[in-house]
Structures are given as C-alpha cells and as structure tokens.
Design a protein around this ligand. Structure first.
Ligand code: GLU
Ligand code: ZN
Length: 512
C-alpha cells in the first residue's frame, strides 16, 4: 500500500469529479466587449478546460433597451475570434436551454411564484418616498439604512388596503438573520453581517425580473459549480448565496451553492478602474490594431495570474495545463498597454511563417494592397518577405506600412513627405545616382551582390557613412524611413521596379 497525498485540486473541486465542473460566462451583449470581461471569460474557459469540465455561455439580455440581435452576434463573433469556445449556449444548445435570458422569462416567473408561496420572498408595497423617508430617519438615528423589513409581516387586511390604494408591489427576498460566510477561491473566507444585507428586490413592480434574481436562478438551474467573476460583483454575492440557499430549500436547481472566486480589479491610467470609456478597454480596438487573439489572451491572463515567476509568454495550451484558480492574486492588476503589445509581439514571432503570412493578408487587403485572395505570385513575394518583417512587427496592422512598398502599384507609389524632407537632402542626389549606376550594372540580382555593389559604390566610392549612404536608398525604394532590411527589400522588389523608384526619387529631389 502506498500513501497517496490528497489531490491538490481537492479543495477547489469540493468532492466533484473534475469533469463535473460547470462554469459559466454570462455577458450582457451591449456591443464592444470590455477587456475585464474577456479576462473573466478566459479564466472560466481555462478553468473548465483544465478540469475537463463545461463552459456555459449564457446571455444576460433581459434589459431589452440595451441589447440587440446585432450586439449578441458581435459578442459571439468576439468570443469565437478569441478562440474561447463554449460547450453549451447560443448556436450550440445544450441540456439546460434556452441560454438567452430573454427566452427564460416564464421560468423566472415560475421560480418567483414558488419563492413567494414558500414564504422565501414576499411582496413589498412601500413607495419610493416612504422608503427614502425611513432610510433618512434611520441614518439620522445612526442605524443601518438598508430596507427595514416593513412588509415582511403584513396582515391580509394591510395587503388588501395597499392593493385598494392601487399600489403595485415589488418582490423581495427574505434574507436570513445570520452572517453569510463563504470561502472565496481567490480571497479566502469572507463574512457579511446581516445588518448590512437588507431584503433586496428580485422583481420590479412592473414585473421585470432583476439581475440579482435571474443570475443566481440560472446558475442554480444550470447546475453551475463555480462562479469566477470580477471583484466588482462581490457585494452582490452574499445576497445571491441567500437566494441559492432558498432555492435549494424548495427543491429548485442543483441544491448546491457554487464556489465563488472573485477576480481582481483591472486598473487603468491613474490607478482608476479601467472603465468602458477608457481607450484600450474594448476588444474592437485590439482586433482593428491587429493583435493576435493568443497574444491578447496571454496578456489578459497576466492580470491576476502567472504561469511562473520568470515567465510572461505562454500558449493557451500551456495556460490550460497550468491554470490554478488558487494562484490568482487578489490584488488589483494594472493594465499596461505597452506590455500588452510586447506580449503580442512575442506571439507574432512564435507564429509559423506561413501562418504569419496568412494572418497578414486581411490587413494588406484592407489597405488595398492585395486582393482578399492574392495570386500565386503575390503570395510568393509575401512568403519571401515574411522573414524580413516577422521579428520587427508588434501587431498585424503594421503590415501595410512594413510591406506595402512591395505590393503597391508603381503609379500609386509615393514617398512619405516627412521622410523625403529629412532624408532626401544633402548628398542624396549623388547617392541615388551612384546607386542607380551600381545597380543597373549588377549581374546577379541577389541580396549579397546588391549589398556588395552598394558598399563598394557608396561607402568606399563616395566615402559616406552607412547611415548617409543607405538612408536615401531606403526612402527611395520603400517610401519610408523604416522598412525591412534594405538589401533584401531590393532583391524582393526586383531590379526594374527598384531602378524606377530610384529615378522617381531623384526626379523629386529639390533642384539645387
Ligand atoms: N451579466 C453580468 C455582467 O456582465 C454577469 C456577472 C456575473 O458573472 O455574475 O456583469
Ligand atoms: Zn415594503
């Protein structure tokens, strides 16, 4: 017999088999996704994949004014672009469907009726003014100013009187009169005292079911085992736990309160919470700027988690293997746009060159430099150019600037005026003339031969420093001050086009 140490995941799983893990990502589809929400999606996804459990995508779209079918589609497309695939949810279905809360209104009405019948919830007829008056009075008396339980024990006569007055009630949950304690997977044990937890509203007077009702009801019905979500939702957790318990007592759902893990805040500039309005907070920006999904996700993983002390760059497979919710740091994480870009650049370098080329094509196509389906010849040039630029680009959207000179038709080619003003001055005329001469006489149009000829002609011949020698040539052939390596670029551009551009640049020089 061998002594087997307790599996390290035991306290996370709490007796479940790993593949019984069920987590959820419940976005409200209101358009652009916030990076903080993507981080939540990522951690849930990694948690589910790590244990071989299920990720449920549930759409919290009861607020019809703020949600639209387009926004829903955008949310689904965003998750697919990121590669955060779900096991149950829209477009896939599943045992617990529907997964759109807007299609579950009857379910909520039924649950509320059962909570009311069991006395777990009750109707509250207090008007806004009455509530405010009593809250104010409690405040002046130095007492807690949450809901005072006024309607907990109304007699049938009182109820009838309110109804006769034409009042329409909200529904409140009857909160237990004891502390609510739970063991947060990120933060450890957290206690909320009952005096801070007034009976809260589940359903508005107009019958509209609120987030604090529908979210835990669906978690219970969908048998969610772990809830990993942002720290901003922590204040609602004790109320939700009370609701799970009430549901369990009347036999609704799995009967087990999920384990919670509250992920740290994501802070932006000035150490303020990164808000939806801050630049750099929305996914759309990263897609447009040509981030790789794996680069962005790698960076977002670092907002609270790390794979090892000395390692920042990893693949999603590696994250899935290593992910441990207990290693998530409770301290707020700072969003660092520079680091985000650097991590992305690392993933750009990790791409297989042909994959890199494939990902660059849409960006070149969008800039009008290539057709969406490039020809064999264009692809050959692109593949040859990839090794020259792959190490130098941080995002895919840099590709038109880096590679455009190879694909732009001659009649559309122009030199960036700023580059011309800075570089095509002084000796530039002599440099371009000597370059044209050396290159037109060159036998073999190959990088090494081009380099040799230019060094002989410009450095040895004209006695120039490399910067002054090659700067004007670079601007002439690429139109820019920054380009892929010069001699390779010349080879790729070909003799004829290179010579034509050198002439064009000479013609554009200011007359002296
Ligand atoms: N729909 C909520 C949100 O997007 C869900 C929060 C939760 O994870 O419970 O903020
Ligand atoms: Zn009341």
């Amino acid at each position: 017999m061998t002594d087997r140490p307790a599996p390290t995941d035991d306290d996370v799983l709490g007796g479940l088999e790993p593949d019984q893990v069920r987590v959820r990502f419940p976005p409200s589809p209101t358009g652009n996704m916030h990076v903080g929400n993507i981080r939540s999606a990522l951690f849930n996804w990694a948690f589910a994949r790590h244990y071989g459990g299920k990720l449920v995508l549930r759409i919290e779209d009861t607020d019809t004014a703020r949600n639209s079918p387009e926004a829903l589609q955008y949310t689904l497309d965003s998750l697919r672009w990121l590669g955060l695939n779900w096991d149950e949810g829209p477009e896939i279905g599943g045992e617990y469907s529907p997964y759109l809360q807007s299609e579950r209104m009857d379910i909520y009405a039924d649950v509320v009726a059962k909570l009311l019948a069991a006395g777990k919830a009750y109707h509250c007829y207090c008007s806004q003014e009455e509530l405010e008056q009593r809250r104010e009075a409690a405040r002046t008396a130095g007492q807690h100013s949450g809901y005072d339980g006024h309607c907990r024990t109304l007699t049938p006569e009182q109820v009838q009187a309110y109804i006769d007055e034409g009042r329409r009630p909200v529904v409140r949950l009857r909160m237990p009169d004891r502390p609510i304690v739970f063991d947060d997977l990120v933060r450890g044990e957290i206690t909320f005292l009952p005096e801070n937890l007034g009976d809260y509203v589940l359903v508005r007077a107009n019958g509209y079911p609120l987030y604090p009702l529908v979210n835990p009801v669906d978690d219970a019905l969908m048998e969610i085992t772990h809830v990993l979500r942002g720290e901003d939702l922590l204040p609602s957790t004790p109320r939700q736990i009370a609701l799970y318990e009430a549901l369990a007592e009347i036999g609704i759902g799995s009967g087990k309160t999920p384990r919670f893990g509250h992920l740290p805040f994501v802070m932006g500039e000035g150490n303020k919470k990164l808000s939806k309005r801050d630049p750099g907070s929305g996914l759309g920006e990263y897609m447009e700027r040509g981030f790789l999904p794996e680069g962005l996700l790698n960076y977002l993983a670092l907002l609270g988690w790390s794979i090892a002390d000395d390692r920042d760059v990893f693949t999603m497979d590696e994250m899935v293997k290593a992910f441990d919710i207990r290693k998530v740091n409770a301290n707020a994480a700072r969003f660092d746009p520079k680091k985000c870009e650097a991590i992305n650049a690392s993933h750009m370098r990790m791409l297989d060159p042909s994959e890199f080329a494939a990902r660059v094509v849409p960006f070149l196509a969008q800039a009008g430099l290539l057709p969406a389906e490039p020809s064999e010849e264009q692809l050959a040039v692109l593949h040859a150019a990839v090794p020259l630029v792959q190490e130098r680009m941080n995002t895919l959207s840099e590709s038109p600037d880096m590679l455009g000179f190879l694909f732009i038709p001659d009649e559309a080619f122009s030199i960036d005026p700023d580059a011309a003003a800075k570089v095509l001055t002084g000796d530039a005329g002599a440099v371009l003339e000597a370059t044209s001469k050396a290159l037109s006489e060159l036998g073999e149009w190959k990088t090494e031969a081009i380099e040799q000829a230019l060094r002989a002609s410009l450095i040895e011949g004209l006695g120039l420093k490399p910067k002054n020698a090659f700067g004007p040539v670079r601007v002439a052939i690429s139109g820019r001050r920054i380009s892929p390596p010069l001699f390779e670029s010349l080879e790729l551009l070909g003799r004829e086009r290179s010579l034509r551009r050198l002439e064009q640049a000479r013609a554009a020089l200011p007359a002296d």
